[in-house]
Design a binder for this molecule. Sequence first.
Ligand code: SAH
Ligand code: SF4
Ligand code: F3S
Length: 455
Amino acid sequence: MDAVRKWNQEFQEKYGRPRKMYCFTMGCQMNAHDSEKLIGVLTEMGYVPTDKENEADFVIYNTCCIRENAEQKVYGKLGWLNTLKKKNPELIIALCGCMTQQDVVIERLQKTYSFVDMIFGTFNLYKLPQLLCQRIESGKQVMDIWKEGSDIAEDMPSIRGQNFKASVNIMYGCNNFCTYCIVPYVRGRERSRKPEDIIEEIEKLAKDGVKEVMLLGQNVNSYGKTLDKPISFAELLRMVNEVEGIERIRFMTSHPKDMSDELILAMKECDKVCKNLHLPMQSGSSEVLRRMNRRYTKEKYLDLVRKVKDAMPDITLSTDIIVGFPGETEEDFQETLDVIREARYSTAFTFLYSKRTGTPAAVMEDQIPEDVAKDRFDRMLDILNPIIHEVNEVYVGKETKVLVEEISRHDESILTGRTEQNMLVHFQGDADLIGHIVPVKIKENKTFYLIGERI
Ligand code: SAH
Ligand code: SF4
Ligand code: F3S
């Protein structure tokens, strides 16, 4: 770290400006949080962020490989970076994240993308300073990919995008091996952080002015099971609820197979826990769910939805849905539509199935032709969007509390923020409200966001 800092200081003295960095983040909130750590470390080494990629001295891509198009995008960008590097041979290009954990990707990078300076993975993020130093000293490509994570690296500095909202990893990896999913192969086995480390981090965040925390894990419902002193996610939620200064607690993702009554009760009883639950359905067909290795049925999922709604009538549900999983019939697809009609989501992330090399589903028979999957996808949105509109209609005319996040990109007099139920609200107001929770009356429902008025 010190060596790179010195190298950057010398540059600044010589050229009268600091070296600039550009970090491009893809994928889920885990990756976004990893990028906050990367930026934290780079800042400590003397880099200054820029949003102009072509002006940067150090470009890092924190990649995702959950679907094929994410990978295609990276290859496309790398081609462009190569032209930048020809103009500026001093430019250092780094690639990390989930994509680099795959052997097929490493082979392709070695064959065709030798101009990439640094390649590392998801398990050794914290080695960035060492790897960068190695690259500077040797002038050669540095590649360091680990196949598994050892201990969890605590204490990495991190720079958050917003100072009133923060993500906190409570666990890493995944043990579920859903048959379509690459995550267990690129993020390794499930590892939970100790509750005392998590609470210490959240207390520090609260002292820094953070009001909302998002607890992150691929399956938070199995948090704590493998710790020396096992603890449940429900117990952890209750502990976080006690942290002074924190006003809102969110978490993701909950796997339906592990969602306990104890957790539903904790959500209900903890006043700071937002009444919004992300409960990925993936498919409404029990047969497809079986082949996905999700380990719940349509009926179990719907029972869970009913239980959650009975316990917390004002809760909103969001979900993830995959269309076109191998072998999905029209009848299977209709069952997905059934669940959408019954669960009545306020938000849904919908995906076309994407084949991931190395996963069991990639070699299943009966891969669904693209046109069939796309047709189903469009028909699904025709059912889903009017439901989302209806679900959000209940807020019109009501008062709600909004955590103000930023100024609208389209209009400087408009602020955007989120309600406890995670609905996006736009309303007129001054920028000094950013970071505050303010009462807003909802005037209009625009399906994917609401328009309100400050009261
Ligand atoms: N751990 C979370 C999901 C993480 S990935 C969970 O189990 O719910 C986020 C979403 O991407 C998944 O819920 C799934 O809907 C989607 N996804 C994962 N692999 C996919 C694939 N191969 N094709 C299409 N969508 C996929
Ligand atoms: Fe992927 Fe399933 Fe793990 Fe979620 S639970 S990350 S979908 S394997
Ligand atoms: Fe997240 Fe993509 Fe990796 S969704 S865990 S960044 S494969």
